[in-house]
Unconditional design. Structure first.
Length: 165
């Protein structure tokens, strides 16, 4: 993995419609870029938006040469979730992983309980925003709104990935 260390970025991805992507520079511990999951402008036949594969592919193509590692939250169905929404969530995760591997980025998935456990977090989204703000205070404005929890979690997933480099 020594050749991987010459690549500056770790990519964290909180998959799903309200998720986000974050690049952190592991050499200087800065947040390089955080952005919301790209979505289609048109709603599907179900009336819901979906991940825009063209924009996601373009984003990954631009940054892939500089990504040492991608860390994707390993989402799964939970009791009480609707089967259609969980199926769509799974499709989104598969789309994201497929594009990462097509970009030739080394990647792994990590269950929420594992990465959140390392940070001492629960499912409370505000605590994820607070933890990301503690670690990267200069970038905290990027996840200051309640609805920006996906951005904070993408940053934390990337930070979690630092321990593997």
């Amino acid at each position: 993995m020594a050749t991987q260390l010459t690549k500056p970025f770790i990519l964290g991805i909180d998959p799903g419609i309200s998720g986000a992507l974050a690049l952190i520079d592991h050499s200087n511990n800065n947040v390089y870029k955080v952005w919301d999951m790209p979505l289609t402008s048109a709603k599907s036949t179900s009336g819901k938006k979906s991940i825009d594969p063209i924009i996601l592919a373009n984003d990954l193509t631009v940054y892939a040469p500089d990504i040492a590692l991608a860390v994707v939250e390993d989402v799964h169905a939970m009791p009480g979730n609707g089967s259609v929404s969980m199926f769509n969530f799974g499709v989104s995760k598969g789309l994201i992983l497929g594009m990462i591997y097509m970009s030739k980025c080394p990647a792994f998935t990590v269950p929420p309980a594992v990465w959140k456990g390392v940070f001492g977090l629960s499912s409370n989204k505000d605590s994820s925003r607070e933890m990301a703000s503690q670690l990267y205070s200069e970038s905290a404005h990027q996840w200051s709104r309640k609805k920006d929890d996906g951005r904070a979690e993408a940053v934390l997933l990337a930070h979690f990935g630092k321990r593997f480099l």
